[in-house]
Ligand binder design. Structure first.
Ligand code: CP
Ligand code: NVA
Length: 301
């Protein structure tokens, strides 16, 4: 079963096939209205469940559109409205959904929920964000980097900010796509221990971005973080804001990424987000193309 649960759980050759496939499909569709069906229809007659236990703009719209372009149909389900939120086990939910749909995409809190869904489903399951990782986002980000700068292998990527779920998928990708990853942020917000050895640490953000080909950040308070931590995190992370001064210490042609949604002028200034280094809206677009290639791989196309 081709579940897409995490980048480090997927073969490097398959990941490469997904990125290259995504670029080819994007190219083939260029200039067409968004609702135009793709030339081939790998999801023809397929029903796809999109389950959300957290809010979403990009993931929801890009998966829904992608399925339609590939000839399939979607059901968008909110976790709280399903029996999932009222005590039915994940295992039973997985077995039931497998009788109705051909593919399950899930955004949830605990990783364990996703893993149980995959264990008990008879159809492929895709991780569209847990508290621990966000692999679809980083597939889009690798694709975006390579569109602008060629192969990411051997390049220097610097993450400035919270060592969160999006960082974790960057760490997994650094191994699979063979790039160099540096984390810069305050010690209390270090990435989880399971990622040790996959990246370097440099506490000084200006030293960290020296020689960087790509600078990345994300929100200082994630959806699973308690709102009560907001003020403390802002104080801890203020020095790690990505602003024009910081970008000036990276390579002159360095790219800037943020998965969005952003809190402008907190983790990154509008000057950087809207400036010449920024590829944030290409990242958002490439969610569509990368996820289509992921779904194709899941159904064996
Ligand atoms: N980047 C991302 O996953 O955005 P949404 O939360 O809007 O889906
Ligand atoms: N780290 C963020 C990413 C949102 C796409 C969160 O988990 O809320």
């Amino acid at each position: 079963m081709n579940h897409f649960l995490d980048i480090h759980k997927t073969d490097a050759a398959d990941l490469r096939q997904i990125i290259d496939g995504a670029r080819a499909t994007k190219e083939a569709r260029k200039g067409q209205p968004k609702g135009t069906p793709d030339a081939d229809q790998p999801l023809k007659n397929h029903m796809v469940a999109l389950i959300f236990e957290k809010p979403s703009t990009r993931t929801r719209v890009s998966f829904d559109l992608g399925v339609r372009q590939m000839g399939g149909q979607t059901m968008v389900l909110s976790g709280s409205e399903m029996q999932l939120g009222h005590g039915e086990t994940i295992a039973d939910t997985a077995r039931v959904l497998s009788r109705y749909v051909d593919l399950i995409m899930m955004r949830t809190f605990e990783e364990q929920t996703l893993l149980e869904m995959a264990e008990f489903a008879d159809v492929p399951v895709i991780n569209s964000l847990t508290n621990r990782s966000h692999p679809c986002q980083i597939m889009a980000d690798v694709m975006t980097f390579e569109e602008h700068r060629g192969p990411i292998a051997g390049k220097k990527v610097v993450w400035s900010g919270d060592g969160n779920n999006v960082f974790a998928s960057f760490a997994h990708a650094a191994q699979r796509f063979d790039f160099d990853l540096t984390f810069t942020g305050p010690e209390p917000l270090d990435p989880e221990e399971a990622l040790d050895g996959m990246y370097q640490v440099e506490r000084d953000p200006f030293k960290a971005v020296d020689g960087a080909d790509l600078v990345v950040t994300d929100t200082w308070v994630s959806m699973h973080d308690p709102q009560s931590a907001r003020e403390r995190r802002h104080n801890q992370l203020r020095g790690y804001q990505v602003n024009a001064d910081l970008m000036a210490h990276a390579k002159p042609d360095a790219l800037f990424m943020h998965c969005l949604p952003a809190h402008r002028n907190d983790e990154a200034t509008s000057e950087v987000m809207d400036g010449p280094h920024s590829v944030i809206f290409d990242e958002a677009e490439n969610r569509l193309h990368a996820q289509k290639a992921i779904m194709r791989w899941c159904v064996g196309g």
